[in-house]
Structures are given as C-alpha cells and as structure tokens.
Design a binder for this molecule. Structure first.
Ligand code: SAH
Length: 538
C-alpha cells in the first residue's frame, strides 16, 4: 500500500496509518518531505501506482486525487482501492476500488485515526456489508451478475442464503426463505441469473505427473462441475519442485503450488490428478511447503526512486533478507515477520551459501546488492556457490533462483552528468582483491587504445592507496589531458556530489571507495554543466 503525501504537514497522519499497515510505504514529494519513497510528480506517480494495482491512500483533497487518476478510470474491474485522507487525519474518503475492498480499508484507516469513514456505497450502507467483496478464502464468481443482484436487492427484492456464509450473519439483508434470489456459497460452477454466486476456495488438486497440468486440472474440475475459482492450491510430490511446467500451470490457474511427501488427503481414485473438496475454505499455506525462492536484487545507487519496482516487490514478499549491513539498511524498513541477516562485505560466498540453505527450507529469500547485482556484486557469488556445491547439495537446484537487475553506479552517475557513456564504453573494477594488478593494467591500456570511455568501480581504498594514480597514468598515455572525467560520489544518496574535472587534473585525493569515476573517450565533450559522448565519430 502506498501512503502518498504532498508535504511534511501530512507526515504524522501518514505514519499513524503506516503503523496499522506495516508493509505500506510513505511516498513524499521530493524537496517537501522525507519519507520512505520520493517522487517528483504527484499525478504521474499516482497513475503509475494505480496502473500497477497498488492500493493508494493519498493525504490530500479528494479532488486532487480524482483528477490525478481520472485518465485511468475506464477499467473498473481491476482497480486498486484509492482513498483520500485529510492530512490532519480528520476525514477518510474511499474513492474507487469497491471490488478490491476500499470500504474495508476505509473502516480500518478510520479505526486507526478514530474517525468515521465517509462511506457512500449504497449497498454497503443499506446492508452493512459489501456483498461484492467477500472475505479471504472466498471469491465472487461474476462481478456483473453480482452488481445486478445488489441493485435488485436495493430495489426491494429479498434473498435467501444457501451454503455457509458466516460473514453475512450480521448483515442487514432483506431475507425471505422462499425468495427466488439467493446468495449461494458453493464450489460448484453455477449459471443462475438470480443468484449471487460466491465460491469458497476449498478444492485442492494433487498432481503426480507434470504434463499438461493446467489443462488436466481444468478438465478434472469440469468433470465434477467444480468452478476453477474454487481451487485453493495445487499440490505435488517434492521431487517436482523444480518442474517448470508445474510452476507455469500454477501461474495459469492462479493458485499457490505446495509440495508434500505424500498426498495431503486420501486419494480414492488412481488418476494422475486427484481432487479433494473440503467443506470450508482451505489455507494453502497450511499444506506441505512452498518451493523456496532465492532472488538476488540490486537496490540501485541509493535513493528509493532509482530502485526498480521488481526489486521492491521482491523485498515486500521476502521472508529473509541477506546482505552487507549498509545495503540491508538501505533496503529497509522491514516488518517484524521478516528476518534480516547482516554480514560483513567480504563474506560473499558464505552469504550465498546461507541464502541457499534458507531457500531450500522453502523460504522466500532475498540477497541484496547495491546498484546492479550482476556488476561486481552478489549475483555472480550466488552462482559460484551453486556451481561449487550443487553436487553436495542437490536440494539447492530445486530453489527458484532469480536475478533482478538494478541501476548500476556507472549508469546513475552517467545520467547525472549527461551522457558520457553515450558511445562504446567499458566497465572495470580497480580492485585487485580478486584479480592480479597486472591484468587491470593491461585492460586499461587496451581500453585506452580502443578509445573506449571507461567507468571505474572501486577506484581506491585504504588498502589500495596507489592503484588509482597508476591507472590514470596509463590512461594518460592514450588520451589528451583535457579529456573530461566525471567523479560521482554517493550518487542517489543524501550526500550526492558530482564533479567534472579533466584527465590532467584527476588524482587519488579526489576519489574514494564511494566514488564512481568515468573517463571520457577522445570524443567526449563538456557543454555547460553537461558531459556527453556523441554517438558518432567525425
Ligand atoms: N553492484 C554495484 C557496484 C559494487 S562495487 C553497482 O552496480 O553499482 C562498489 C563500487 O561501486 C564503489 O567502490 C563505487 O565505485 C561504486 N558505487 C556504488 N554505489 C555508488 C554510488 N551511489 N555513487 C557512486 N559510486 C558508487
């Protein structure tokens, strides 16, 4: 959930709401307030959140929010909840997202702020319940049919309840035992014009063959007249954990995939797909275990704005987060249910092994790097660990491994300066911890000769005091002393500093471990505050 504020005056209220929803983030307009995530343009930011289905609580006037999301409102089915909350917390106004629980959210935020939410949905006001947003474990069969049903009731028609709907016990519905209309709670597929059909997610499928799973599950459901929406989980023996087709099937059926050593229910027929129908919703998390995941993410150079949404999503669902302390802190704040494992920067392989151990227990593990995880960072360390130890730990191969890219320091620095990497360039680490210095010298010389722009990572450290000046001396053999050099320090962080100097001027006193050094090619030029390398040669 995104709690969006325009200025510092709303921060108190925002944090009170966040305390109730710990996984939410406070988004603040750059330069007006400091929060978890900074944005530049309110309208564009809110529309991007809306488009990605993120629930939005905007602490500003309802009018501002409505105008911002107006261009996106056509598709009513998929909208996330959007609410306006007065910045002093005195009013909570649900705007859109009735089907995704905006009124439930409004009541919860109202409770946190001790105000009555401004609920305007007639069905909800009349019945004290939104019939179209059943609780967790249940799903509405058909939204259009549901809307017709609610308007019929509002027009004075009565209804019965068929099946078990405990959440409707207190609802103020116009009931009549002989009413032709019914709220029907059933796992069966029904086509009944006069009913509001709600499926409990109470069907579990056990698969012991991973071919054409989605298709076979659908037909097994059809045979027993069960609705696909009533499916709560796919379950399979643990040796299918790495099966791609099973994973695809679970995604196609939109249900969790769980692994067990034996079927989680008695199987009475010998078919490859067995179905079990329970009389109440089933919590998939309570069956067997999930396939563990290990996601290596890059946080970008520092600011939340430059972190990709994919990296952010991985952090939201993570159960364990591992990484060098500074980066793990950058990735926070974390919820109480998330375990954080901070380690020293040099223990990369050990961290990678630990990540695999946790993931092979079925946990969702995230390993964080700064910038991009594939650039002098954890992605390679994780693959090295797997390569070295997969024979000894076959269970590591069953872990679902993913690498999520990030904005690397060279790209972030280049963007701040203009486009110094606008033509061919190379990326080099000046650290000789993992390679001999002679290799570095040779590469710099070749890059110099090839007229590549160069991005130097790890330019200098206390343990490597002379290497940077030596590297620059080599470049000077091939480039004019007026060649522009960009020095980006702490880019994307509060202490960000950018300097443009020349190859003649640059020296180790101007750089440290937090600096990115970009040396231009023969065509790189300075124009006012900008540095760029044209895309062509004369
Ligand atoms: N994976 C990281 C790089 C890790 S190596 C990435 O893709 O960015 C660490 C080096 O990256 C540092 O010594 C420094 O040269 C550079 N660096 C990382 N973050 C930086 C930042 N915010 N500003 C400038 N340089 C940075």
């Amino acid at each position: 959930m995104a709690i969006v504020v325009l200025g510092a005056a709303a921060l108190d209220t925002a944090r009170r709401i966040q305390a109730r929803f710990p996984e939410s983030r406070v988004h603040a307009l750059t330069g007006r307030a400091d929060a978890d995530i900074a944005y530049e343009d309110f309208g564009a930011h809110v529309r991007a959140l809306y488009a990605s289905g993120v629930p939005i609580v905007a602490l500003c006037s309802a009018g501002i929010v409505i105008r911002a999301i107006a261009p996106c409102l056509a598709d009513k089915g998929n909208e996330p909840p959007v609410l306006a909350v007065a910045q002093d917390g005195s009013a909570v106004v649900p705007l859109v997202g009735g089907m995704s629980g905006v009124n439930v959210l409004a009541r919860e935020i109202g409770a946190a702020l001790q105000v009555t939410p401004a609920i305007t949905t007639s069905g909800e006001l009349r019945f004290g319940q939104c019939l179209l947003a059943p609780p967790e474990g249940y799903v509405l069969a058909d939204i259009e049919q549901g809307k017709r049903f609610v308007s019929d009731l509002l027009a004075g028609k009565a209804t019965r309840i068929e099946g078990r709907a405990p959440w409707l016990d207190d609802a103020d519905l116009p009931r009549a035992d002989d009413a032709p209309r019914a709220v029907r709670i059933t796992p069966h597929a029904l086509h009944d014009e006069h009913s509001l059909v709600i499926h409990p997610r109470c069907v579990v499928a056990w698969i012991d063959n991973d071919k054409d799973v989605a298709e076979r599950v659908r037909s097994a459901l059809r045979e027993r007249n069960l609705a696909p929406l009533a499916l709560a989980a796919l379950t399979a023996p643990a040796h299918y954990m790495a099966s791609r087709s099973l994973d695809d099937a679970a995604r196609a059926l939109n249900v969790p995939l769980r692994f067990c050593d034996t079927a989680p229910f008695d199987i009475d027929d010998a078919r490859a797909i067995a179905l079990h129908v329970s009389d109440a919703p089933i919590d998939a998390q309570s069956i067997g275990r999930a396939r563990g995941t290990l996601t290596v993410i890059g946080l970008g150079p520092g600011s939340a704005e430059l972190m990709t949404p994919a990296a952010r999503s991985a952090l939201v669902v993570a159960q364990d987060v591992l990484g060098y302390e500074t980066y793990v802190r950058m990735a926070g704040p974390f919820r109480d249910d998330q375990r954080v494992h901070m380690t020293d920067n040099r223990e990369e392989l050990q961290r990678a092994r630990h990540a695999f151990e946790l993931a092979s227990e079925g946990r969702r593990v995230v390993v964080v790097s700064s910038g991009d995880p594939g650039v002098f960072a954890m992605a390679a360390a994780v693959l090295e660990a797997l390569d070295d130890e997969r024979a000894a730990h076959p269970e590591w191969d069953a872990v679902k491994l993913a690498i999520v890219p990030g904005v690397s320091a060279s790209l972030a620095t280049a963007a701040r300066a203009g486009a110094p990497l606008g033509h061919d360039f190379c990326v080099l680490s000046l650290s000789d911890n993992l390679k001999p210095w002679s290799v570095i010298e040779k590469r710099i010389a070749h890059a110099g000769e090839a007229d590549l722009a160069m991005a130097f990572y790890n330019p200098l450290s206390k343990a490597r005091p002379w290497q940077f000046d030596r590297a620059i001396d080599i470049v000077r053999r091939y480039r004019d002393s007026k060649t522009p050099v960009v020095l980006g320090r702490d880019i994307g962080r509060p202490a960000e500093a950018l300097r443009i100097v020349t190859l003649g001027e640059v020296k180790s006193e101007l750089v440290d471990m937090r600096t990115m050094v970009i040396v231009g090619s023969s065509t790189t030029r300075v124009m006012g505050d900008w540095v760029y390398t044209p895309r062509w040669y004369d």
